[in-house]
Design a binder for this molecule. Structure first.
Ligand SMILES: O=C[C@H](O)[C@H](O)COP(=O)(O)O
Ligand SMILES: C=C(OP(=O)(O)O)C(=O)O
Length: 360
């Protein structure tokens, strides 16, 4: 049989039919050099991670509270929020370990703005290099206030640019079943919470926690942004987040105890974090307060296993729609993704959680 070479251009047209352009991405090493971490921030990140792990193992009796905006769209407003939170966190630090939600990557059910890294100008121009710079700068600035930060990891390449600044990570409901994300978790240096599915399947998060604890070998990128084969040790600090579902909440005692049983069966530590938002609040930010109130009572009454809670909160209560290209008309400090509790309610709820923690 004679093998004939394909005509010039024929191969390209086979595998680049739908990629309309490719442009340079800065390397993780370059970004880290542009926005380096100083020793004080490194200490905050390290302590934030260590405290979280101690809470998860039970060595620290405090409650982990991951609180902050659903997404960051305005770094100035996020930093403004962080200053208030850092002050509050200090007053409750003997009872609550506060980690600020600083989410830059939004998984969408169908379509929508995908977060500050993907579209930092909020206008569909997708200036990703600018988004990465803004994200890293903000993470460093918030940590410099003494406040550890938490991020959702959605794109498997993004962590190389920012993960060194992160004290707690999350895998969302839409990616908990993804092998790519489980492998990623096995490589991450911080504790990572993994959510139940949007349909309410908790076992998928238990399975992900187990898979992430194991070592894996997979393609990734190195600090210079080049393709590399990554070998990981496995992450023993992953845990399940109960976030409810489209069918309703799942933070009730029976589901928490059923999750413990599933974790036990899988040979995993029995601990969960409860997300007061999403399916547990029916996306109604006011109901987050009711969820937190009930959890505070149950924990104070001696219920074990709930190591922490997640709260979506920003300066202004509620949410607003973004019109791409019209960021000027947005209300300062209000979410453009899910509805959030406002600052005053957040402060009151955190103080309430702290007071019930004291009486425990
Ligand atoms: O937390 C944020 C949202 O719930 C998540 O990104 C999905 O959003 P969407 O259903 O509006 O796309
Ligand atoms: C996207 C989020 O949540 P979930 O994955 O539970 O929908 C989130 O916490 O921002």
């Amino acid at each position: 049989m004679t093998i004939t070479a394909a005509p010039a251009g024929a191969i390209d047209s086979l595998d680049a039919r739908r990629t309309t352009s490719m442009s340079p991405l800065i390397s993780p090493a370059l970004l880290r050099e542009e926005h380096p971490m100083d020793a004080a921030v490194a200490k905050v990140v390290q302590q934030g991670r260590a405290d979280t792990v101690d809470i998860l193992t039970g060595a620290d009796d405090r409650l982990l509270v991951v609180v902050g905006p659903c997404s960051v769209h305005d770094p100035a407003a996020a930093l403004d929020y962080a200053r208030r939170l850092a002050e509050l966190a200090e007053t409750v630090r003997d009872r609550i370990h506060v980690v600020m939600r600083v989410y830059f990557e939004k998984p969408r059910t169908t379509l929508g703005w995908k977060g500050l890294i993907n579209d930092p100008r909020l206008d569909g121009s997708f200036a990703v290099n600018e988004g990465l710079r803004m994200a890293r700068r903000l993470l460093l600035d918030i940590s410099a206030l003494g406040l550890p930060v938490g991020c959702e990891f959605l794109d498997p390449i993004t962590p190389q640019f920012i993960a060194d600044t992160v004290s707690w990570g999350s895998i969302g409901a839409r990616t908990a079943a993804s092998q790519v994300h489980r492998q990623l978790c096995s490589a991450l240096s911080m504790p990572v919470g993994i959510k139940n599915s949007t349909e309410g399947d908790v076992q998928v998060a238990v399975d992900a926690t187990r898979a992430a604890a194991a070592s894996h070998v997979f393609p990734g990128i190195n600090p210079d942004g080049l393709a590399a084969l990554v070998t990981t040790a496995g992450n023993p600090d992953c845990h399940v987040i109960l976030r409810g579902s489209a069918s309703g909440p799942n933070y009730d005692e029976a589901t928490v105890s059923d999750t413990m049983a599933r974790l036990r069966k899988a040979g995993l530590p029995e601990r969960v974090i409860v997300d007061a938002s999403h399916g547990n609040s029916g996306k109604d930010h006011v109901r987050q307060g009711e969820v937190l109130g009930e959890l505070a009572d149950r924990i104070a009454a001696g219920e074990r296993g709930i190591a922490g809670v997640m709260v979506e909160s920003f300066l202004e209560a509620g949410r607003q729609d973004l019109t791409l290209g019209d960021a000027e008309s947005l209300t300062y400090g209000q979410s453009i993704t899910d509805a959030c509790l406002g600052w005053d309610d957040t402060a009151m709820l955190l103080q309430h959680l702290a007071s019930t923690r004291q009486s425990r």
